[in-house]
Write a protein that binds this ligand. Sequence first.
Ligand code: ADP
Length: 543
Amino acid sequence: MKGNMSQMGLTTSMLISHAEINHGQTEIVSVDVKGSRERTNWKEVGERSRKMASALEGLGLKRGDRIGTIIPNNRSHLELLYAISGFGGVAHTINPRLFPDEIVYIINHAKDKAIFVDPSYIGFLIGHKHLLETTEHLFISGPKENEIAARMNGFKFLGDLIEEGDNSYQWPQLDEDDAAVLCYTSGTTGNPKGVLYSHKSIVIHANIVSLPDSFCISARDTIMPIVPMFHVNAWGMTYASAMVGSRLILPGPNLDGRTIIDLILQENVSLALAIPTIWEEVLERLNTNPISLPELKRIVSGGSAVPSWVIREFKEKYDVNVLQAWGMTEMSPLGTANSPLMKHNHLDNDLSITQMENAGRPTWAVQIKIIDDSGKELPRGDLEGRILVRGPTVIQRYIFEESDTVDETGWFETGDLGVLDSDGYLTITDRSKDLIKSGGEWISSIELEEIIKLHPDIYDAAVIGVKHEKWAERPIVIAEIVKGSNISESELLDFYDEKVVKWQKPDAVVFVDELPLGSTGKPIKKDLRERFGDYLIGGVGDG
Ligand code: ADP
């Protein structure tokens, strides 16, 4: 028997409508490339996104069409995300830090019909425009500068497009299982893969991140997502902020420590979200110029493990709680968030800091299990294994792939290794996938290996991620060179020039006589990480 309640689905337009109607006067501050702050509110953002949606339909764009955005966190990006998924399109948020060939690949793979680009990223698009196979419209999302040159290169302006929109446009009813947003993530092998969020998964995710034991956000918060919208909707903040009607600070493209601190102070930010690398930079700056951050109550740090000194210094010096979160693109992204249980109420300072160091507890929408290498589920306790997740915010299949990426019972293998304790707190211990995370961005170790193995002086090589003070992890090459060769480290590193973007180039080459090989003939990376894991922070340097 089915329930008799409304058939209205969970859609992103519900969120923006709610914010427009019930939190209309709540401010949204958008920072541009020069640091100027534009002030708007949920009412204006709601109105403009409806108008934009009608203009997008007017262009001939249809439900299900993918529309790319290459824009930092600002007002236009927010409005576009709501406009695109609100009329039934799919907002494809694109990471401008990828290698141009990779960007071209994902635009073509997604079959983007239109692309909206911030003026700061236009140079790349002009150079690669001829390679775009399906893109019919190119729009500049920023102010109308260099109009003649822009038009000569085939670009139109978002500002003009909006003028063609209908002020009275109303959101259509959509199926909650329809696609709303598309985000590509690095594959361990081969090309990036697209994760296609549905309206329902986005709304459920907005709910779980808002809960008190997740990021605890409300209409009394001023939220600053430093994490970009192309990283899984700024970890869901584009939608959660509308759901709860919070004040929003969109910091634009300049994300250095000083700018962030100025915005936190001057805009009374109560919650900000970023990767550990950014928080370390903020702390370093604060420590050279100590000030108090009276409104900032907590910060969310995710994407990589947070060093314990960051948690301690924020708490002890600035009275700010660091809320560690774990997740991934395939999980919308939140899986766990670190918040205390009742039994932690009276922990002393040191113990409560220790308690904040793990990745936290699962939210209601994400089931987690740990399995051993034979696939057997491990009991909660202190046994390390592979982390699997399942739930309504977890992927089933990558875009355009024929088979599911989950097992027959819906469990998705995250590629992370960890331990789940008896209270459900997860500690991430290692990564089984061949990826390195440097300053929040992925680098494929396999790709770096394939390149270096083409060098005639390399007999065999492995690329591993090792600890780095600033970037959390950096790639290094462990190289076995052909007998008699006297190739140098710098010559091998130069071999990567022009083949990968600069930030993906390995930091060092360590020469070994023989790589440790497993039963399948591949280097045993766990052993190499154990041996060389501290190589860049002044640790082991033998070989
Ligand atoms: P995002 O960086 O937006 O969280 P990605 O899909 O790019 O999403 O990265 C997810 C991966 O990042 C995880 O599988 C894990 O390897 C790593 N990661 C995320 N959060 C943490 C954390 N708190 N501790 C350790 N590793 C983490």
